[in-house]
Design a protein around this ligand. Structure first.
Ligand code: PMP
Ligand code: GLU
Length: 393
């Protein structure tokens, strides 16, 4: 067997992707599986973006592009973000990335040195920790509490010693896995707390367009020049325009930092696929009503899930989600009574009831599960019927 490098010896695949693969396997065996595991919109990419990619291929946009992305696209993203997110962006501050995920990877590779640490309000998305491990750095979880509605409460961290090797913090609102949208006031406090500690901020805003209850999204970089200088904003269209498979996103940071991320990109994946970039130009100018109709649909599903969960209140509690398409469910009472871990619960739910969900421990919070409601109501109804029967067994 080939000798595997130490750097990746303990690296595992994304647990969410593994559960999704297992769900697909069971489906292929003929079982009626409903996966509420992966956070992936079930809609197709809007028609104008599809048409743009076909046109791009016909026009021969199939060659190498500049590593940071087509200049026209960087300009379009800069313009869109300046208008919609309320902070000025120069095209040279934009890097086109292979999804938000690779943007995060490049940002962490360029930001942290071995021996340094990154703080993460937790529960948190599954890929942050492995990416930090790969940079040779460590993670310091900042606990979020269900009784605070999983909102950042800096008072809670007062007694915590933040070591001098702490280099940055990852902030993710709207949040995966909790679905919580932080208010502007909360972000002002959290950003102030981070800046006082000389932390750089990675702001993962991939769910920025998926927000309910008339709430609004606040970008960290929009909180003032100091916040902008200290932050790397990560976002993309994967979730808002159902473009998960396209592998397209962007990172915004100061010019020297973006140049370094671009150098790393040029030495690894070169750039994002040329015709995907070309189609993304169309996505940047799409009518907001296209995204709004998907959000309206997600909202109906969200309300349906909450109704069903409310009926299960003897067994569980959950935090009302106001963004993204996830619900984080506390099952500790039921799991304790049945002497099961969240991992065992999700495994049984998939193998016996054919419903996919992600264990909370994957996000750093045990005794919980995350479900995604990015699937139609009919599927949600079937999934909840099975979950209900399983919990009441
Ligand atoms: N950040 C979070 C919080 C996510 O849930 C995801 C999942 N897709 C990503 C980043 C990566 O997004 P993309 O598909 O654009 O790489
Ligand atoms: N981000 C999605 C999720 O949290 C997809 C999984 C992944 O990218 O690893 O479900």
């Amino acid at each position: 067997m080939l000798k595997i490098a130490n750097r990746v010896s303990s690296l595992k695949s994304s647990s969410i992707m593994e559960i999704s693969a297992r769900a697909a396997q069971l489906k292929a065996q003929g079982h009626e599986v409903i996966s509420l595991a992966a956070g992936e919109p079930d809609f197709n990419t809007p028609e104008p973006i599809q048409a743009a990619v076909t046109a791009a291929m016909k026009e021969g946009i199939t060659k190498y592009t500049p590593a940071p992305g087509f200049q026209k696209l960087r300009e379009a993203i800069a313009k869109m973000v300046s208008t919609e997110n309320g902070f000025p962006v120069d095209p040279e501050e934009v890097l086109v990335t292979s999804g938000a995920k690779h943007g995060l990877y490049l940002a962490l590779q360029c930001l942290v040195d071995p021996g340094e640490a990154i703080l993460i309000p937790t529960p948190s998305w599954v890929s942050y920790r492995p990416m930090i491990d790969l940079a040779g750095a460590s993670v310091i979880p900042l606990p979020l509490y269900e009784e605070d509605g999983y909102r950042p409460n800096i008072e809670r961290w007062k007694g915590m010693a933040i070591p001098p090797n702490a280099k940055g913090i990852i902030i993710n609102s709207p949040n995966n896995p909790t679905g919580v949208v932080y208010s502007r006031e909360e972000l002002v406090k959290l950003t102030g707390w981070a800046l006082q500690r000389n932390l750089w901020i990675i702001s993962d805003e991939i769910y920025e367009k998926i927000i309910y209850d008339n709430l609004t999204h606040t970008s960290i970089a929009a909180l003032g020049p100091e916040a902008k200088k200290a932050s790397i904003t990560i976002s993309g269209f994967s979730k808002s325009y159902a473009m998960t498979g396209w592998r397209f996103g962007w990172a915004i940071a100061d010019k020297p930092f973006v140049a370094k991320m671009a150098a790393l990109q040029s030495q690894s994946n070169s750039h994002v696929t040329s015709f995907v970039q070309w189609a993304a130009l169309t996505a940047c100018t799409l009518s907001p009503s296209i995204g709004a109709s998907m959000v309206a649909e997600f909202d109906q599903r969200r309300r349906y899930c909450m109704e069903r969960l409310d009926k299960l209140s003897p067994h569980l509690t959950y935090t009302r989600p106001t963004g993204a398409f996830y619900i984080f469910i506390n099952l500790s009472k039921w799991l304790l009574a049945h002497k099961m871990t969240d991992l065992e619960f999700c495994k049984e739910l998939l193998d016996k009831e054919y419903v996919g969900a992600v264990p909370g421990s994957s996000f750093g919070k045990e005794h919980s599960i995350r479900i995604s409601y990015a699937t139609n109501i009919e599927n949600l109804k079937k999934a909840f019927d099975r979950i209900e029967a399983y919990l009441n067994r």
